[in-house]
Each structure stands twice: as structure tokens, then as C-alpha cells.
Design a protein around this ligand. Structure first.
Ligand SMILES: Cc1cc2nc3c(=O)[nH]c(=O)nc-3n(C[C@H](O)[C@H](O)[C@H](O)COP(=O)(O)OP(=O)(O)OC[C@H]3O[C@@H](n4cnc5c(N)ncnc54)[C@H](O)[C@@H]3O)c2cc1C
Length: 417
């Protein structure tokens, strides 16, 4: 395996084309604030514009089938796109969009007609999707959905949705559509009583309210050079007698559990499915980089390390953690390209990153000491970076809690239920 991830000749040639295109099409005034909550609406709109341009070219979802609006590219070329975007501090897609969960779900479970109707707007960046799974009483225990989508007794081809969702969405609303998990039967046994929809977000009876949470997102969402998600701003969504046509139902009336498994397989970090768009993506963790830079260059931190040599353990642990993270991601990127699948690779990496994010907050607090508390460029880390990292490290629930990930890993190892 090539751990350096150098380009081969074909990739190098393609990278020239990609760089030239990005030079021309990435807006010059597009900025990447360290604290993603500082992204203005104008900046967000710029990213939407970039999504559409990438989508037109098939480069927003490069490894998806071209017939549905993707790029139809193999892993090697898709990797180049991810890497070249990351080099500019951008990800694919360059803003928060649960289309990266909805698209593989439709690809795996939708009918041919649905793939042709629903995938192109997502893959071409025309529609932004939010994932609506979590409810006040249904987080890890996702099968406990209480938002009902029941077949209308008067109009049989419609479902009537009532209920609420929590912790969903992103910085700017409204989205164009939801990937919506619901309960479709009040009588059927657990796991056979759910239904999944791609539902338009502007249906009458839908109401969206912002929630302000303590974190800007998880470590991987805020600490990678190229992550553009902003899940720190989340929303509650309420449904009151919302009518959804059955053409938006993915799978059968009672197939929601099976369909959500397709979504969660990707969300838990398994990018090895054919549709896994992140397959070749090896981001840089700028939080680790910035911290090590402080340890090397900041005279006050250097003095602290000289006076407290035991703190060097924390510096070394931060470095090693960053390297393990990179190697896990490199391995995961290499697997699909080598035609191999390791069922626990994704959740194993996600779990490691969550634990490493939490550990980083301790390393940084101990080593930086009082300098962790200032955002002054000369005295501390830029742009309040320590606090961003600390909040992100504590944000371990999205995409599965560590306990949930351990259950998924154990199943992959065939030692779970
Ligand atoms: C910033 C943020 C962004 C989010 N984004 C989205 C989103 O876009 N869309 C969406 O649908 N949801 C989203 N969520 C919700 C997230 O998926 C849930 O918070 C998560 O699934 C955990 O559910 P919960 O909060 O109800 O905690 P609970 O499920 O109540 O868990 C509480 C604790 O109990 C543990 N636990 C629960 N069950 C078990 C078990 N069987 N075995 C062992 N331990 C267990 C958990 O690990 C956890 O420590 C987001 C949450 C946050 C904080």
C-alpha cells in the first residue's frame, strides 16, 4: 500500500485538469473560517454556486454513476478531486448536505424511476438535503420512531405525517428536501413498522426552528482542513398533517428499517460501498497541525515544555494520534481501490477519531496551559481554535455515539448480536 498517497501518472495528468478548473471556478473571495459558525450567508451561497458548477461537471459526486448525474469516475480520479479540493481547504460537497447520505440510500433502495427523478438534483448540487432521523425519544434507538406517516384513508396514494425531529440540519435553512424516517404502522412489530421518504421540505404543515448547541460539530467536522459542515447549528422540524405522495417513499411501506441501514452504513464511516463518495478522501487534521506548530514555534509554549518535560508525552501522543488517524483513513481510501472490503473499517476509524478528538482537548489544555484561553494570535491559538477543538471533542453523538459504533464494529467482527 502506498501510504504517501502520491499520484500515479494518470492521476497527475487529471490533477492538472482539476487544478486548472478549480483555479477558474472556486471564487477568489471564498474563505474558510476556522470557526465554521462564522461562515456568512453570502459565503454559504458562494459554496452553493460552487456545488452547482461542480455538479454540472459531474465532479460533485465523482464516483456516482454518470447516468444519474454523478461523474462516473473510478476511485483513482475521484481521489484526485477530493485531494485537490482538500488542498484548498474545501470538501466534496463544499457545504453541509446530507445528500451524501440520501444519494447512496436512493441508489441502494430506490426504484429505477426514483433514481432517475431523485438522484440528478442531489448529485448536480441543485437540491440540499437534511437527514431527519433523530427524535426526542429516538436517537441511538432509532427504531423507536414516533413521527407517524400513515396511509391516508381518503387518498390511498398519500401518507399523512405528524410528529417532530430534533438535532437536524445545518447552518442555513430551509433545505430543499428531507431524508425522513417515520413510523408507518401502529400495529406492525418493531423494525417492520417504519418508512423512509425523500420529502420536499416546503410541504404545507412543515415548520423549522433553529437550536443553538454548544458545539460547532464533531472533531472530524470542524478540525479537518477541508470539512465544511456546520452541524453546530441544528434545528427542530415539526410535521402537522403533512401530505406526502407515495412517489417519495423509498422502499416499501414497512421497509424503513432496512432502508435506514443503507444510510447508516455510510454514515458510520463505511465509504467502501460503490456509492461511498468519500472513498478516497484523506483529510489533514489542522487542529493537530496547529497544536504541533505552537509547540515548535511559540517561545512561551517552548518554555513551558522545557520547564515541564512530562508534558512532552502529551505532544508525542497528539502527534501519534494524528498519524494513526491518517493511516486509518489512508487504509480506508485504499480498500475500495484495491477491490477489498473490511466491514468494520469505517466505524473503527470514526470511533478512533472521536476518541482522539476528546484526547486532544486534554493534550492541548495541559500543554498550552493559560495560553489555551486566549485567541490572541501572538499569545494563543488563532481564532479561538482551542475552544473550537474542546467543544468539538465533546460532541460525540452525531453519526453514532461511541457505544453505538462499538456495537456496529462487533457486528462487523461477527461477535455481536
Ligand atoms: C451536533 C449534532 C448533530 C446531529 N446531526 C443529526 C442530523 O443531521 N440528523 C439526525 O437525524 N440526527 C442528528 N443528530 C442526533 C444524533 O444522531 C443523536 O444525538 C445520536 O444518535 C444519539 O442519540 P441521543 O442524543 O438521543 O442519545 P441516546 O440515544 O439517548 O444515548 C444516550 C447515551 O446512552 C448510550 N446508549 C444508548 N443506547 C445504548 C445501547 N443500546 N448500548 C449502549 N449504550 C447506549 C449512548 O451511547 C449515549 O451515551 C445530531 C446530534 C448532534 C449533537
Amino acid at each position: 500500500m502506498n501510504f504517501a498517497n502520491d499520484y500515479n501518472d494518470v492521476q497527475e495528468e487529471f490533477a492538472k485538469e482539476v487544478r486548472a478548473w478549480l483555479d477558474e471556478n472556486v471564487p477568489k473571495d471564498l474563505v474558510r473560517p476556522r470557526n465554521i459558525l462564522k461562515m456568512s450567508r453570502e459565503q454559504w451561497e458562494m459554496r452553493r454556486g460552487l456545488c452547482r458548477k461542480l455538479g454540472e461537471k459531474g465532479w460533485l459526486y465523482p464516483s456516482y454513476p454518470a447516468e444519474y448525474g454523478g461523474g462516473g469516475l473510478g476511485g483513482d480520479k475521484a481521489a484526485v478531486l477530493h485531494i485537490e479540493m482538500a488542498a484548498r481547504g474545501l470538501s466534496l460537497p463544499p457545504l453541509y448536505d446530507s445528500g451524501k447520505l440520501a444519494a447512496p440510500t436512493v441508489l441502494a433502495c430506490g426504484t429505477e424511476e426514483q433514481k432517475r427523478r431523485l438522484l440528478p438534483p442531489m448529485l448536480k448540487g441543485e437540491k440540499i438535503t437534511w437527514q431527519l432521523f433523530t427524535e426526542p425519544e429516538a436517537g441511538t434507538d432509532e427504531a423507536s420512531q414516533q413521527t407517524n406517516a400513515l396511509r391516508s384513508t381518503k387518498e390511498k396514494d398519500y401518507f399523512i405525517v405528524n410528529g417532530s425531529k430534533i438535532f437536524v440540519g445545518a447552518l442555513y435553512s430551509p433545505p430543499d428536501q428531507f431524508l425522513l424516517l417515520t413510523r408507518s404502522s401502529l400495529d406492525a412489530p418493531r423494525h417492520q413498522n417504519l418508512a423512509m421518504f425523500i420529502a420536499p421540505a416546503d410541504l404545507p404543515g412543515v415548520q423549522i426552528y433553529p437550536l443553538n448547541l454548544f458545539s460547532e460539530g464533531t472533531t472530524s467536522q470542524v478540525c479537518y482542513q477541508s470539512s465544511d459542515s456546520a452541524p453546530g447549528v441544528k434545528h427542530s422540524v415539526f410535521f402537522e398533517d403533512v401530505k406526502i405522495h407515495e412517489s417519495y417513499l423509498i422502499g416499501g411501506d414497512q421497509d424503513g428499517w432496512k432502508v435506514s441501514t443503507a444510510t447508516l452504513t455510510v454514515e458510520h464511516g463505511d465509504k467502501q460501498t460503490a456509492a461511498g463518495t468519500g472513498a478516497a478522501f484523506i483529510p489533514r487534521n489542522f487542529m493537530v497541525e496547529k497544536f504541533l506548530e505552537q509547540c515548535r514555534k511559540n517561545p512561551r509554549i517552548k518554555a513551558r515544555l522545557r520547564q515541564n518535560p512530562h508534558l512532552l508525552n502529551d505532544v508525542v501522543d497528539a502527534y501519534i494520534g494524528g498519524q494513526i488517524e491518517r493511516l486509518f483513513l489512508t487504509r480506508n481510501a485504499g480498500l475500495p481501490r484495491a477491490g477489498k472490503r473490511v466491514p468494520y473499517a469505517g466505524p473503527q476509524t470514526t470511533l478512533f477519531i472521536k476518541n482522539q478528538g476528546l484526547a486532544m482537548t486534554g493534550y492541548m489544555a495541559r500543554v498550552l496551559g493559560p495560553y489555551a484561553l486566549t485567541s490572541d494570535e501572538e499569545w494563543g491559538m488563532e481564532d479561538g481554535l482551542f475552544e473550537v477543538c474542546e467543544r468539538a471533542g465533546l460532541c460525540i453523538a452525531p453519526g453514532g455515539t461511541p457505544e453505538a459504533l462499538k456495537i456496529v464494529i462487533s457486528r462487523g467482527l461477527r461477535i455481536g448480536r
